[in-house]
Design a protein around this ligand. Structure first.
Ligand code: ATP
Length: 701
């Protein structure tokens, strides 16, 4: 494997915070750097390292079924390779070049950039598709960016993905569940479509193991001892020998001693950079919205009390679920004399180029999913990142000019303790959605599926159990008809899909589809920086005694009654853009529902029906109140796990006897988010196969 990061020769440098706060030991990594200033887009393209390998890449793609491209961040893989392929004729005769990304934001950003470079209108020759947003044209689009999840959905209509000539799976090191399923399925498709070309790309991918995965054992045996005949044999050539270099130098700084509070350390570092370093925007990596909001508050306060230069800071959050308008702020040029500070989750880790970013502050943590198949609980946990992630984060600087990355962990930790790659998501997630997707694609033997990394049998069995209890799978673990096929058709988690199907029978599909649309959005509330009291008051105006789902419905109805007014949203602390998105998603879900034969019907004021429909989808998440201590302690009925109602819920401290939650978050405790109260007798009514009545209390079968 090529070594991309070489310790520089520069002497370590101490950068000290005046208040004795964060101290950085600076070491430098060097590579091919060049000057900067205004250059035309074409010149910028030619300056990218990948440009020098254009012919080689095209040759490899021509002569190999699969090509693995390992190239440093910013070398131009994502933006350039699809263009090279198009220029070489891979998009002729109506064929399409696909490039997948694990994240929606990256898809949108990269597609915009490539359209700009090619001088075409986004949505025509260059387009993109993410869930609930298709900016592509089946007749015109020749280069299409899409999330790997959307590519999976496309396989349901076109299992061999016939319109694509080349599929580039980018940022493969991220190993999201969808990436792994896509890789397994593409390997299958290749057998049926030898003309299909695959490119697997990343800065830090384990090229050898990926190459082994694509080289089936049979072919490996056949090739052993034989001379490789690439033109005849669809072999893999890992291009690690290329060692594509970075465009600009990024200097890495480490803290001398481990930091105790990474939010505080990140804020101190931003202020330090602002005080001591030349102009340039700052990108800070924290873990989630809570951290980010805390950091913004702290930074605003400290910058204000600090006085100097603070007015020059434009502080912006970045996490998934932001609206387009909020995202646009991140990408818009920084006004002269100002410094932008973007505080982000790992959403900005791969494939993004934020033009003004010169400094990156890396907390060393991200929120990661961890699933326990024994308790059947999936949590988002703050956990240390891998070296692969750290490199991606550093790579957000140095894209248009030299940059600096401040790591809030020690160099020793980075070198000796940080894991090289993260654990593939498939090995740490609930697999319900994954299993149903494979079933819908006709993959029945899921345990025998050719995974790049096998999921645990326990997780698989758990997922099969849940799908069975939802009535999605039959005794032979095949999709039931029509429920199983219908659930698979709805692009939402199976429990929500089941809730929608049940609402049809209960006569409340109009309400449930609106609720499902709200649940698809991260948050409909306006981030209440410094105005928590006002936000709480606004929430109270809509709060429903039944719980959060009905509260969402009240907000949705209020928005409609206001004539979809932005003023109304502003007055009520509701994010107008998020509500617009809710309306869009609702329209799409309505179309899908109609296709599935669901009749749109309102239950008017009968909220019991709404609650029953929620129960029909989420019965497995039922909890019983156990004690009033600590604001109300609940236990899950199926696993006796201790859980609490999240303070953001309207049922916080209300403590109904029996509730159902939508998801869990783990901080100091397991908190239930989006909670609704139910009558426990409904559990045996809607899921008799799952619960049985025992002394007036449902228990699990
Ligand atoms: N929106 C943009 N504005 C300006 N320059 C851009 C933009 N997008 C990309 N670039 C330029 O193109 C370079 C290559 O970007 P690209 O995303 O293709 O690299 P990559 O090798 O795929 O890196 P990564 O793995 O980090 O995504 C960037 O470093 C930057 O110089």
């Amino acid at each position: 494997m090529a070594q991309f990061w070489k310790p520089g020769t520069e002497k370590p440098r101490l950068v000290e915070d005046e208040d004795g706060g964060v101290i950085f030991l600076s070491s430098s990594y060097s590579s091919s750097s060049s000057g900067y200033g205004y250059v035309s887009i074409e010149k910028q393209r030619q300056r990218l390292t990948v440009y020098k390998y254009r012919t080689a890449i095209l040759y490899l793609v021509e002569s190999h079924a699969t090509t693995i491209v390992v190239g440093e961040t910013g070398s131009g893989k994502t933006t350039q390779i699809p263009q090279f392929l198009k220029e070489a004729g891979w998009a002729d005769s109506g064929r399409v070049i696909a490039c997948t990304q694990p994240r929606r934001l990256a898809v949108q950003a990269v597609a915009s950039r490539v359209a700009e470079e090619m001088g075409v209108k986004l949505g025509e020759e260059v387009g993109y598709t993410i869930r609930f947003e298709d900016i592509s044209n089946p007749d015109l689009t020749r280069i299409k960016f899409l999330t790997d999840g959307v590519l999976l959905r496309e396989m349901m209509d076109d299992p061999l993905l016939t319109k694509y000539s080349v599929i580039m799976v980018d940022e493969a090191h991220e190993r999201s569940i969808s990436t792994d399923i896509v890789l397994g399925l593409l390997k299958k498709i290749q057998k049926r479509r030898p003309e299909l070309r695959l490119i697997i790309s990343s800065a830090t991918i384990e090229a050898k193991s990926m190459s082994n995965f694509f080289l089936s054992s049979k072919r490996r045996q056949a090739l052993e001892g034989e001379e490789l005949r690439p033109r005849l044999e669809p072999a893999i050539l890992s291009v690690e020998v290329f060692s594509l270099g970075r465009g600009f130098n990024v200097q890495i700084h480490y803290v001398e001693d481990p930091v105790r509070d990474y939010v505080q350390a990140a804020v101190s570092t931003v202020l330090l950079i602002n005080d001591k370093e030349p102009p340039g925007d700052i990108l800070v990596f924290l873990t989630g919205q809570d951290d980010i909001d805390a950091a913004i508050k702290l930074l605003t306060e400290e910058a204000r009390s600090n006085g100097k230069n603070s007015s020059g800071l434009i502080i912006l959050p970045l996490y998934s679920g932001l609206t387009r308008a909020e995202q646009d702020l991140i990408f818009s040029p920084t006004p002269k004399g100002k410094r932008k500070v973007v505080i982000s989750t790992n959403i900005a880790e791969t494939s993004l180029t934020l033009e003004g970013i010169v400094y990156v502050v890396d907390s060393g943590f991200s929120k990661q999913r961890f699933y326990n198949p024994i308790s059947d609980i999936e949590n988002l946990v703050v956990a240390p990142i891998s070296k692969a992630s750290a490199r991606q984060r550093a790579g957000r600087a140095g894209r248009l000019r030299p940059g600096m990355c401040y790591r809030l962990y020690t160099e020793e930790y980075f070198l000796n303790e940080m894991s090289v790659q993260g654990i593939p998501e498939i090995q740490r997630s609930n697999l319900v959605s994954c299993v149903i997707q494979l079933k819908a694609l006709g993959i029945d033997n899921i345990l025998g599926f050719d995974w790049p990394a096998s999921p645990s049998p326990e997780s698989m069995i758990r997922a099969l159990e849940v799908l069975f209890s939802l009535g999605v799978l039959d005794d032979d673990a095949k999709l039931t008809s029509p429920v199983g096929f219908q659930v698979a058709e709805i692009p939402l988690e199976p429990m929500i899909a089941k809730m929608i199907l049940s609402s049809n029978e209960l006569g409340c599909s109009d309400e449930i589809i609106a609720i499902a649309a709200v649940l698809s959005i991260q948050s409909i509330w306006f981030s209440a920086r410094g105005a928590q009291k006002e936000l709480d008051e606004a929430k109270l105006r809509f709060a429903a005694a039944e719980g959060d789902h009905v509260t969402f419905l009240n907000i949705y109805k209020g928005f409609l009654q206001s004539g979809r007014s932005s003023k109304w949203c502003h007055k009520n602390f509701i994010n107008y853009h998020a509500m617009k998105k809710v309306m869009e998603i609702r329209e799409q879900l309505k179309r899908i529902a109609l296709r599935l034969g669901i009749v749109l019907k309102s239950c008017e004021t009968d909220m019991q029906l709404v609650r029953k429909a929620v129960t029909a989808g989420f019965f497995a998440n039922a909890c019983r109140l156990e004690a009033y201590s600590h604001g109300g302690m609940y236990k899950t009925i199926r696993g006796s796990q201790e859980v609490y109602i999240h303070p953001s819920s309207v049922l916080f401290r209300v403590n109904p006897k029996c509730v159902i939650y939508h998801s869990l978050v783990s901080t100091d405790r397991q908190y239930m988010r989006n909670v609704i109260s139910i009558d426990p007798s409904w559990l045996t009514e809607v899921a008799p196969h799952f619960y049985q009545q025992q002394r007036h209390n449902p228990t699990i079968h």
